[in-house]
Write a protein of this length. Sequence first.
Length: 399
Amino acid sequence: MEEPAEASDSEASGLAEKDSPEVGPLGREYLDLLEESWRLDARLATTLAKLDSSGEWRLDGSATCQAWLRQHGRMTASAASSRVKTARRLRNLPRTAEAFAAGELSSDHVRVIAHGTDVAESLDGIDRLDVEEVARLVAEGEKVFIDAARSLDPTRLRRVVTHWRHAVEPQVVITDKTGRVCRRKLHMSQTLDGRFVIDGELDLEGGTVLQTALDALMQPGPTDTPRRTASRRRADALVELARQGLDGGRLPTAGGEKPHLSVLVYLETLEARTGAPAAEFDNGELLSGEATRRLACDAGISRIITDGTSQALDVGRRTPTIPPAIRRALVVRDRGCAWPGCDRPPGWCDAHHLHHWANGGDTRLDNLALLCRAHHTKLHEHRWTAELTDDGELEVKPP
């Protein structure tokens, strides 16, 4: 492996040159302080390594140096463990420790190098390299990584290190990936006000799959407002991804039926009568009448005649409010969301009744328009109005 050229003083830290025209006096002051903080981090790591090897952390009865650091440094267990592991690795990485102490590397760069060069870790069932070969490869890789770190951020440096580690011992990378896959998890809980909170962790492959799907669905359209930030668009994309999965009919059956969104709604609610009750999801959560009318614009409807609120007398077959032939014609006419300026494709759209069918509106092309979920919501919950002009264009008006 070819050794990198010696770095000049101007590029030693990877930060802007002293006389760079792109950096003003405040920027220069900040970068100087940043280098100083890196040097301080290096001193912390060196001192922690000495503390670890001395055993002084046992004075208060701590079981490990990590436990001592967590208590006295008031940090999380993962942060304390990461610092101790990095400090221990730096004993075998003299060039990295030297560059760290000189303010050329950040602590994030150092952690990437420390983890990536730890080829001597114990892995059950894997034939390891001999000690001398490991030492030679680490010394060779360390010089490359320090040079790369002067121009790369920690994320891109990690990719360089992973390439090197895979070339040295591919099974280590495979085992590391397997461990990350085993740590995947997803938590979803509901708050008292009905919102859902999502928290989780995905492995590299799974996360990339999800991110790719969300990226395809979260692109801002020409009618997007600044209020629909990237995080909101990502949330909308996740819901759209699930909605398309349900609409596609390819999910496993549950209770003998394909999974679907089920809402119990009274006729007076659909007709928007004064004093009508809210609708109800299967899980007992309530939905406003206008939101229910929006869903009912393009849904399957099952008529249930009851005696009072609990005794069902007759249950009709589920029938679509928009027959397939009419929807196909609607797609041909509107080609996507009919809202002026919107570019959402037909697959992201509902068929909206301009005069709702529950109030006597006909399911005909001249009473229908394709609308994406955001604009469909505007017409129902936000009280916008819309009508078709003589030339078939949708004309919308704010409340």
